[in-house]
Design a protein around this ligand. Structure first.
Ligand code: AMP
Ligand code: ZN
Length: 465
């Protein structure tokens, strides 16, 4: 399996630290607002990466944080006249709901910054003790020049950075490149005790600490949007490697931006749609499918036209699956002919094509194209005369591969109340005629569709399970 590593700027063969295991950390959102569809891109993409590893039999430990202490959160709480915890609890719930709708599975752990302050204080102290950080007037700074590898991820040179840096008026830092690990509270702000001041951590330290706590000093994959490469991930590397004395993440994966009118969608620009807004216009699965139609490192431009075509494309897959399900329900059990065996081999070859695309730096666009090839060939070559086994297996391949992408293409036909009542009547009639085989069949059929029957003295009652 090959993946593009921002650190080496090359596609590299994936070799996990521990055989069969993947330790993966994805920077999560700052929770002061509903997430927009740009924020959903890393969530959907790296959930898909996780699903693919699991499909290949890896045991994935997936950690993604919630940044629940931050200037923007404090500002929002002040505006609303509520506590910061009220703001963060509300938006963490909202993110979880959005994730569920987008079929993004919960991480193995979702640590929250405010619950990990002790670990941050410990790591900051280690950095001071090792000479990588210093305290001044209650603020602790990371001494950027003391970390030799600084700039290795973003390919920035510290002297160039310094030349471009603005010198703040009240500069108390030893060097303009130094960044904050801990800062003292201002009036009315949430704070924690520390050896340096009552205050709160800088943003970068939380990921170094949570990653170490939940995944260990060294991890396989660290991921997020490409805007995080500098300074956030560069600073994470400096903190983690200086504190632990070991290389931090082996592979750094970054998704490109989701744009609107070719401009980055962002909260600060105000040109954004929340996941909920788009979810009210289209089924959530269409948004997920739309995102995966473009390779994750390329920019993706959001438009209603592209959403419409994603919707139609998804519909085509679902129709094919539902057609195959229908055909196989009515098909007869018989040996596959030689020709059918050859057909099944061609479907298996397309499954291999799907896997090859995913193993080429998670090329979901080509992987989707492989699913479409199966759909096309099934639509043309399979019919009511095909062997049941062939129909079923072809259908199962499509469903399984789509599931790796987190898209459920199996159409579960919802029975209408009148259909249910008609079937119940038919079952009653069958029982009267002592046709228990038919009556059991109907019971099982209803059960399959999630309808539970209850025979009572007043007659048959039913409910949706
Ligand atoms: P934030 O809450 O801004 O820290 O963002 C959370 C995650 O969303 C980070 O991984 C960002 O890189 C990512 N992100 C933010 N905006 C976009 C966008 N327009 N397109 C893709 N990813 C984004
Ligand atoms: Zn982070």
């Amino acid at each position: 399996m090959k993946l593009y590593n921002t650190l080496t700027k090359k596609k590299e063969e994936f070799k996990p630290i521990e055989e069969g295991k993947v330790r993966m950390y994805v920077c999560g959102p700052t929770v002061y607002n509903y997430i927009h569809i740009g924020n959903a891109r890393p969530m959907i993409m790296f959930d898909t990466v996780r699903r693919y590893f699991e499909y290949k039999g890896y045991d994935v430990n997936y950690v993604s944080n919630f940044t629940d202490v931050d200037d923007k959160i404090i500002k929002k709480a002040v505006e609303e006249g509520v506590s910061t915890t009220e703001v963060t609890a509300r938006y963490i719930d909202a993110v979880k709901e959005d994730m569920k709708n987008l079929n993004v599975r919960p991480a193995t752990v979702h640590p929250m910054a405010t619950q990990e302050i002790d670990g941050m204080v410990t790591m900051i102290q280690t950095l001071i003790d090792k000479g990588y950080a210093y305290a001044k007037n209650g603020t602790v700074y990371f001494k950027t020049r003391s970390f030799e590898g600084y700039g290795k991820l973003s390919k920035k040179n510290i002297d160039d950075l310094e030349a471009g840096a603005r010198i703040a008026v009240s500069d108390e830092k030893d060097d303009p490149m130094d960044f904050v690990l801990w800062k003292p509270k201002k009036d009315g702000e949430p704070y924690w005790e520390s050896p340096w001041s009552q205050g709160r951590p800088g943003w970068h330290i939380e990921c170094s600490v949570m990653s170490k706590k939940y995944l260990g000093d060294q991890i396989d994959i660290h991921a997020g949007g490409e805007d995080l490469i500098f300074p956030h991930h560069e600073n994470e590397i400096a903190q983690s490697e200086a504190a632990n004395g070991k290389d931090f993440a082996k592979y750094w994966l970054h998704n490109g931006f989701l744009n609107i009118d070719n401009k980055k969608m962002s909260k600060s620009e105000g040109n954004f749609f929340t996941v909920r807004e788009i979810g009210a216009e289209y089924p959530y699965e269409v948004l997920r499918f739309f995102m995966l139609n473009v390779h994750y490192r390329s920019p993706i431009n959001f438009s209603r036209e592209l959403m419409e075509s994603a919707k139609n494309a998804l519909e085509r897959i679902k129709n094919a699956v539902s057609n195959l399900a229908h055909l196989s329900e009515n098909a007869t059990e018989k040996e596959m002919t030689e020709e059918e065996k050859t057909f099944l081999d061609s479907v298996i070859a397309l499954k291999a094509k799907f896997e090859a695309a995913m193993e080429d730096d998670f090329n979901t666009a080509d992987a989707i194209a492989a699913i479409f090839e199966i759909v096309k060939t099934a639509n043309t070559n399979l019919s009511a005369d095909s062997a049941k086994q062939l129909l079923e297996e072809t259908k199962n391949y499509i469903v399984t591969l789509a599931d790796v992408l987190g898209v459920d293409v199996e159409v579960k036909e919802e029975l209408l109340d009148t259909d249910i009542e008609n079937l119940i009547q038919e079952r009653q009639d069958a029982r009267k005629n002592r046709d228990f085989k038919r009556s059991d069949e109907i019971r099982d059929l209803l059960l399959e569709k999630g309808i539970v029957l209850e025979d009572t003295r007043e007659g048959v009652r039913w409910k949706r399970a």
